[in-house]
Write a protein that binds this ligand. Structure first.
Ligand code: PXP
Length: 243
C-alpha cells in the first residue's frame, strides 16, 4: 500500500496570518525526501489553503507524483488540464464545509462528472472519484470511465463503537474488491491516523492511502521526518516500532 501525503493544512497555517510560512511546497519536498510516494493538494474554488502558485511550484519541483483534488468546476478543470497532475481526484465541494464531508454522488451528478473526466482524459490525466464504499457509485464510476476510485474512510475513522468500525471495514473491503473486479485502482482516505491505521491495514485491495491532517498535526510536535517515517513504517511494516 502506498502513502501519499496531503499538505493542505500546511497552507491553512500559512494563510491564517497571510504569511509566507510555513510553505506547503517546502514541506512536500521534505516529505518526499523522507519517503512518501506522492503529494496531494486540494485546489479549492475559494483557495482557502492551497493556491495556484503552490500547485504550479509543486508541479515543477516534486519528483514523486501530484494528486490534485478538485471539484468539477470549469475553471478548476481548466487549471488541472494545464498543470497536468499525475492524478486528478474529483471531490464534492461545499463552501461552508470545514473539510470534504463525504463522497461524490456519482449517480445524481453523472453528466457533470463524466464531462470533467472526458476533459481530463483529453489531456491524458488519469481520474479518481472520491466516493462512499457503495456498489452503485462504484459501478457508475466504472461506467463513466474513471480510472481510480478513492474510498471515503471518514465513517470508519469516526465510528462510535468497535462494532460500527468493523462494519465499516467490511463495507470498505467489499467495495474495494468490487472495484478491483471492474479494473479500477483503489485509493482510500479521510481521517486515517496513527491509531486507526492498524485496523485499516486489514483491508485488502487498497493501492494507496491519502493522509493529511494526522501527519501534519504530529509533525508540529515531532518534526516532519519523524511524523512521515512513523506513518510510512506503520503502513509498510505494520509496526508502531517507529523509526
Ligand atoms: N482524501 C480526500 C478526498 C480528502 O478530501 C482529504 C481531506 O483533504 C483526505 C483524503 C485526507 O484526509 P485527512 O486530512 O483527514 O487525512
Amino acid at each position: 500500500m502506498k502513502f501519499s501525503l496531503n499538505v493542505d493544512h500546511v497552507a491553512t497555517l500559512r494563510n491564517a496570518r497571510k504569511e509566507t510560512q510555513p510553505d506547503p511546497v517546502t514541506y512536500a519536498l521534505m516529505a518526499e525526501q523522507f519517503g512518501v510516494d506522492g503529494i496531494v493538494v486540494h485546489l479549492r474554488e475559494d483557495r482557502r489553503h492551497i493556491n495556484e502558485r503552490d500547485v504550479r511550484l509543486l508541479r515543477e519541483l516534486i519528483t514523486t507524483k501530484l494528486d490534485l483534488e478538485m471539484s468539477t468546476n470549469d475553471e478548476i478543470v481548466r487549471i488541472a488540464c494545464d498543470i497536468q497532475p499525475e492524478l486528478a481526484t474529483l471531490v464534492p465541494e461545499k463552501r461552508e464545509e470545514l473539510t470534504t464531508e463525504g463522497g461524490l454522488n456519482v449517480i445524481d451528478n453523472l453528466t457533470k462528472i463524466k464531462s470533467a473526466i472526458e476533459r481530463l482524459h483529453e489531456h491524458e490525466i488519469p481520474v479518481s472519484l472520491f466516493i462512499e464504499p457503495e456498489i452503485l457509485h462504484i459501478d457508475a464510476a466504472a461506467e463513466i470511465k474513471s480510472d481510480f476510485i478513492e474510498i471515503h474512510t471518514g465513517n470508519f475513522a469516526n465510528a462510535a463503537s468497535e462494532d460500527e468500525m468493523y462494519e465499516e471495514l467490511d463495507r470498505i473491503n467489499v467495495a474495494a474488491k468490487h472495484a478491483k473486479k471492474l479494473n479500477l485502482s483503489v485509493n482510500a482516505g479521510h481521517g486515517l491516523n496513527y491509531l486507526n491505521m492498524k485496523d485499516f491495514l486489514t483491508v485488502e485491495d487498497i493501492d494507496e492511502v491519502s493522509i493529511g491532517q494526522s501527519v501534519i498535526a504530529r509533525s508540529i510536535f515531532v518534526g516532519v521526518e519523524q511524523a512521515v517515517k512513523e506513518m510510512l513504517n506503520l503502513i509498510r511494516n505494520r509496526t508502531t516500532d517507529y523509526i
